[in-house]
Each structure stands twice: as C-alpha cells, then as structure tokens.
Design a protein around this ligand. Structure first.
Ligand code: ADP
Ligand code: MG
Length: 340
C-alpha cells in the first residue's frame, strides 16, 4: 500500500516547474506507470510531516476531471507526490507543439476545468489556486484533467517563495492582495483559454518602461490589510527586477533574461509591467472578432470580469451556453489526440 521511493524506477523527465521537477516512473512491484513530482521544501521535519498529512486528502478526490493520486512520501530533502501519468502531457506543451488549439477542443477544456473546479470546491472546499495550461493535462484516451491544486496549506506556505514572479495567471484582486476565492481560479481559466486558442500568452504585447511604479504600488492594498506574502514578495522582487532591467537597458545590453521577461509578439514585458497591466488595463478578450464563436467570446468575457463580485463561479459557468454546447458531440478528443 505505502509507496516507497525504492519501488520507483525513473523512466524520463517530464518537465520542470518552479517548485521542482516531474518524472515519469514505473512502480516496479505493480508495473504501474506514474508521474512523480519532486518538490524541494526548505522546512522543518514537523512541517514536512504536516504537509504529508494534508496531502492525504488527495486520496479522497475522485473525479474524471482530477488527476488521481497514488501517494506521497518524504525523500529527504524532498517531498514526492505520485500521481496518474497523462501520456499527452500538459496543454501548454501541446499548443507549443501543434500551434493554436481548435476552439471546439478549447470548449472541452473549459468544460473539464469547470467540472474539476466545481468538484473540488463543492465536495472538498478546495480552491485550486494554480490554474494554467501546464496544470491541465491530456491523455490519448481523450481525457482532460487538472492537477497541482492547493490541498495543503502548509505546502502552499512552504513553496510560495519559489513561485515569486511567475504568477502571471493571477487575477487583479489577487495582485492587489485580496483573499483567494474560487473566482480567482475562474480568471486564471479565462487567461488560459485565450492562450490555448491563440497559441500564445495573451499579455506581453506592449512594452514601456516609463510606467510609474508608485502609481502601481498605490493600487495594492496597504500592509495593514495583510496582503499575502506572495503578493508582497512579488512586488519587492519585481522592483528589483525592474531596476535590474532598466540598468540592462541603459547599458544597451538588450538581452533576454530567464524568468524576468515574457516574450510575445517580439516585445517583452517585465513581470511588474504585466501585473500592472492586469490591474490597470481592460482584460484581454478572445479576438479578433469573428474568428471565434460569439458564445466562446462571451464565456471568456465572463471569466475575465475584473470585478470578482461580477465574475461568476465555476458552478454558474457550467450553465453557460458555450459550455452546454461543448458537452455535446462537438469534437472527438480521442481522435484529436491521435493527430499529434
Ligand atoms: P509547471 O506546472 O509549472 O509547468 P510542474 O513541476 O508542476 O511545473 O510540472 C512540470 C511539467 O511536468 C508540466 O509542465 C507537465 O508538462 C508535466 N507533468 C506534470 N504532471 C504530469 C502528469 N501527471 N503526467 C504527465 N506530465 C505531467
Ligand atoms: Mg504543474
């Protein structure tokens, strides 16, 4: 029953994220192929044990839209989380390989993510917190499932620091330090859907370094309102990044810097500019007009209401006409999976 590291044979690396890496492994006693996520955690043994206890909730998560869980264990100094292996990988990898994703497939993705979020929230009161294309996985059976949801509060605390500067799917209210709600996930879904349909991250097309930082800071909630560590750290890191970037520009060394700039359309936007943009500018949309069905445009617009009070919950959005029609026989995902 208990998973042990000794029983897992490494097959290949599947990818690397900010918190660690993911490997395809085989559980030799049973032959089961799994994905093993290795998370490096700088925490006391007691905290690690607490994380492990919290992760056990994943054993109770059972839905066709959620990655299934085999178990977790400590392998000093890491925590290993073993989950269902999805042989077609994540949707970011898919669009980077085959280009923009057919809008009918995007509709199925929206449906699956909403079902998964509704299940997590209604049954377990879990908010995902990290919806993005790399956490939406696909397999050759044509199934779409979400992974990496925030089951463990301690785990979130322990790795929050390493997520600094990458939270580009963050909603405007989160950037401004508000509590996470299930509606923040809906924003992230909206951004992810545009990314899949266009084949590129929807922001990062304008760039200007004349933007006034103090303006932006005044939009963030004062520290007395206890903004999250993540947000405060982000802003500080960003200021450092911003200064560093300016210096680089002054020296006319226009060189890309890993994790600092986002590239798109030949222009770059620093993380600060991006966060500033999300807070101050109108939300992105599924454009150009007429390229996509009206209902899909409308759905994305409702995910991307900048005011969280006006934004719908995953459960409400399941009733949206585009989602209802995506439930139907629009496209055969298993057949689609065999095309790449
Ligand atoms: P991120 O999600 O930020 O990319 P992760 O460490 O969570 O970072 O995952 C790294 C990569 O590993 C993902 O982009 C995905 O392509 C791949 N991956 C993660 N989990 C699985 C899985 N269960 N099956 C197949 N591939 C996976
Ligand atoms: Mg992930």
């Amino acid at each position: 029953r208990d998973l042990r590291n000794e029983d897992l044979k490494d097959l290949r690396e599947l990818g690397q994220g900010n918190g660690g890496s993911v490997k395809q492994v085989q559980h030799t006693p049973t032959g089961t192929i799994m994905a093993k996520k290795i998370v490096l955690i700088d925490a006391k043994p007691s905290v690690r044990k607490q994380i492990l206890r919290e992760l056990q909730i994943m054993h109770d998560c059972s839905s066709q839209y959620i990655i299934s869980f085999y178990g977790a264990f400590i392998s000093d100094p890491n925590i290993c989380i073993c989950m269902e292996f999805m042989d077609k990988g994540s949707l970011d990898g898919i669009y980077k390989k085959i280009g923009p994703i057919d809008i009918e497939v995007v509709g199925k993705v929206a449906l699956a993510v909403l079902e998964g979020l509704t299940y997590l929230y209604d049954v377990h009161r879990i908010i995902h917190r990290d919806i993005k294309p790399s956490n939406i996985l696909f397999n050759s059976k044509g199934q779409i499932k979400i992974c990496d949801f925030g089951v463990s509060g301690e785990l979130i605390n322990s790795i929050a620091d390493t997520f600094v500067g990458t939270s580009t799917y963050m909603s405007p209210e989160r950037i401004q330090g508000a509590q996470y709600t299930v509606k923040s996930d809906v924003w992230s879904l909206g951004i992810s859907l545009i990314e899949l349909a266009l084949g590129r991250f929807p922001f990062a097309e304008s760039s200007s370094d004349d933007s006034d930082l103090s303006d932006f800071e005044s939009t963030l909630s004062p520290s007395s309102q206890r903004p999250s560590n993540l947000t405060m750290r982000s802003v500080n890191e960003i200021k450092a990044e911003k200064a560093a970037e300016k210096e680089r520009r002054d020296k006319k060394k226009r060189r890309k810097s890993k994790g600092v700039s986002l590239q798109g359309g030949g222009m770059t936007m620093s993380i600060l500019e991006l966060l500033q943009h999300i807070v101050n500018e109108p939300a992105p949309r599924l454009t150009p007009e007429d390229r996509f069905p009206k209902e899909s445009e409308d759905f994305v617009d409702s995910c991307l209401s900048k005011d969280p009070d006006a934004r719908k919950t995953p459960k409400d959005l399941l009733k949206h006409p585009w989602i209802e029609s995506s439930r139907g026989p629009t496209i055969d995902l298993q057949a689609w999976a065999s095309t790449f």
